[in-house]
Ligand binder design. Structure first.
Ligand code: ADP
Ligand code: MG
Length: 184
């Protein structure tokens, strides 16, 4: 069953939000977001992030983000499972992909997959025509949606992520959350 809890998001971002993180690199994860769930997430390695973020509670957050292509040659990286990932550094991103975009972010141990390490992943609420591994992303945490939950089925996890996306879109369309977009 997806969750029943109904959350109340404060009228304006409570401290420590807005918490803005300057451009960090998008790395490659296990590739399960797209292939398994149909919800790709840009993974960020936590050691690039300040202690304020490392100390946040695990769970789902929302906010705004902005991508930036980086210079450099394209390269390929092999995942442990043998699949290959192209690092194109965001060279295929078009103008509309480079605007400030809404996102939901997961910080945690991903109990569903029994991960060992804390990981931070952002799902950008936007349709991209290509991947952008190796690009950089700047983002702003504006609030907390829910804790990490353990799911018994993949379908329930997907339903909940879609609910998170719905909640994030709705809040980001209201003031003052909407105007905080211009700070990125
Ligand atoms: P990984 O485990 O390597 O992060 P995913 O299946 O989660 O693999 O896919 C993530 C990649 O998909 C991102 O790094 C990015 O290049 C691409 N991508 C495409 N669309 C999106 C999106 N809407 N939000 C986040 N990443 C996306
Ligand atoms: Mg991912």
């Amino acid at each position: 069953m997806p969750r029943h809890v109904d959350i109340t998001i404060p009228k304006s971002p409570p401290p420590p939000f807005p918490l803005t993180i300057d451009y960090v690199n998008i790395v490659c994860g296990f590739g399960r977001g797209s292939s398994d769930l149909g919800i790709p997430t840009a993974n960020i390695s936590l050691d690039q992030l300040p202690p304020e973020v490392q100390n946040l509670n695990t769970g789902i957050y929302f906010g705004w983000c902005r991508l930036k292509p980086t210079n450099g040659y394209k390269s390929s990286v092999q995942r442990k499972d043998g699949t290959s990932v192209e690092f194109n550094n965001g060279c295929y991103l078009i103008d509309t992909d480079l605007e400030v975009l809404p996102m939901v972010l997961s910080l945690g141990l991903n109990p569903f997959y029994k991960n060992q390490n804390k990981i931070l992943e952002l799902h950008i609420i936007h349709k991209f025509d290509s991947t952008f591994y190796g690009a950089q992303i700047k983002f702003s945490f504006l609030g907390y949606i829910r804790p990490e939950l353990d799911y018994t089925t993949k379908e329930d996890l997907i339903k909940d992520i879609n609910l998170d996306i719905h909640i994030a879109k709705k809040i980001l369309d209201t003031e003052p959350y909407k105007s905080l977009k211009i700070n990125l």
